[in-house]
Design a protein around this ligand. Structure first.
Ligand SMILES: N[C@@H](CCC(=O)N[C@@H](CS)C(=O)NCC(=O)O)C(=O)O
Length: 413
């Protein structure tokens, strides 16, 4: 691995781990911070008289003991640790039962040689983001629609969320299982830039981290917004544009996405309309029984209507939640500016595709129609949609000839 890449990885892992543990120290070690605050405190005050030293020492020992014990409990419960189950990036095909794909996307110009299967919910914003990138680059892939109640299609993995992308590799090699939308996107993008490094190698640059929250486990992935370039020369983008792209990809995941539920499920009527729309585009009629479908639609709409209200409070949306959605659309449009069709310039970059994907998940809902009417998001959205549907990112990546070490579909079995 090139030295700058190693450095970036280390810094990325450390920074992520660090800021989780010590979010309020502004990047300073809490030990150093404590030290500097204590020193400042003592230097500003007069030295205490000699007879108070034993007392201070006693207090320091007790205080230190309490601090160590508290830290141990804190770390025991909250430590972000490499979890073997979640870092397993290759799981055997036997462990993954066959499910008939609900949809097979085939693109004639796809010469990637990769057999991709996306486990998803059709209208999950994170899944929409992944599909936007797959379609933009012109990949062929199978879609397995996961039952959002039983999740039986993803029971073979410990990871409880979608999207999951499985890449089938040649022969007896285990399949590659890529979890988390941003990791999927970053791995594929890194690979498209330089196919001489394997997908498995790229995947190893995004270690999975888990955090115990009571009985629940929270997952995160280091470096997930970074594209891993294997060299530092001849990069297709500037450091500034890469920075901007990462910033807005994160914004799509951490801000824009929180506008969705309170807006899509704003009223009971809108929640029901949204679920009927999800049923249509997710082809639930084909994938789930009548009873399953009715349960998901009516129970789902009721639950999500309540969730929408909870999330509105949690993420501090305005009283009129539409206003928060419009603000987010306008914030994005201001960031793109008037001088370029996309944030990526003449072609969408990953930030364009992320924002598009997130909004695309509510395209058939009243909320999105209102955003089209009340903001100027329409022209940018339609431009991006066209680029995605036309597989505009397929050229020149996917027509490059493949290096010989890349398994081809025909190599399988
Ligand atoms: N950070 C993840 C988030 C994925 C996520 O939250 N997916 C939701 C659907 S939109 C999910 O699977 N929820 C099921 C659950 O949490 O049990 C990603 O980017 O892929």
């Amino acid at each position: 691995m090139a030295a700058p890449l190693k450095r970036r990885l280390t810094v990325g892992v450390l920074t992520q781990t660090y800021t989780r543990f010590f979010p309020s120290t502004g990047g300073k070690s809490s030990l150093n911070l404590l030290k500097s605050q204590t020193l400042r405190h003592f230097s500003q005050k007069q030295r205490p008289p000699p007879h108070s030293w034993p007392k201070i020492r006693y207090v320091a020992w007790v205080g230190g003991g309490v601090a160590v014990a508290t830290t141990a409990v804190f770390l025991g419960n909250k430590v972000l640790r490499q979890n073997q189950a979640c870092t397993v990036f290759a799981e055997t095909r036997q462990e993954r039962p066959y499910f008939k794909p609900s949809r097979e996307v085939r693109v004639d110009t796809d010469t990637s040689g990769l057999k991709l299967t996306l486990y998803q919910f059709q209208t999950c914003p994170f899944c929409c983001k992944v599909r936007a990138v797959l379609d933009y680059h012109g990949f062929s892939y199978d879609v397995i629609e996961v039952n959002s109640v039983t999740k039986k299609q993803i029971k073979w993995t410990d990871y409880p969320k979608v999207p999951i992308l499985v890449v089938e590799t040649a022969g007896a090699q285990p399949d590659l299982v890529i979890k988390d939308s941003s990791v999927i996107i970053s791995v594929l993008e890194s690979y498209l830039h330089d196919r001489n490094t394997s997908l498995a190698k790229y995947l190893s640059y995004y270690p999975c981290l888990t955090e115990n929250e009571g009985r629940k486990k929270k997952y995160d992935f280091a470096n997930k917004y970074f594209i891993m370039f294997q060299e530092t020369t001849n990069l297709p983008t500037t450091p500034e544009s890469r920075n901007e792209e990462r910033k807005w990809r994160k914004w799509a995941d951490e801000h824009l996405v929180h506008m969705l539920s309170p807006n899509a499920y704003r009223t009971v009527k809108e929640a029901l309309q949204a679920f009927h729309y999800f049923s249509d585009v997710g082809q639930w009629e084909q994938n789930f029984s009548f009873v399953e479908r009715q349960v998901v639609i009516y129970v789902g709409a009721a639950v999500m209507y309540i969730m929408g209200m909870i999330l509105k409070a949690k993420y501090n949306l305005k009283d009129d939640v539409r206003q928060s959605l419009y603000d987010a659309c306008n914030e994005w449009l201001a960031a793109v500016g008037k001088d370029r069709p996309f944030m990526g310039g003449n072609q969408p970059n990953l930030a364009d595709l992320a924002v598009y994907g997130v909004l695309n998940s509510i395209e058939g809902c009243y909320a999105f129609q209102d955003a089209l009417t009340n903001t100027n998001i329409g022209p940018w959205y339609n431009r991006t949609k066209k680029a995605v549907q036309n597989h505009s990112g397929a050229d020149p990546h996917n027509i490059k000839s493949l290096p010989s070490n890349i398994p081809k579909l025909s190599d399988k079995h």
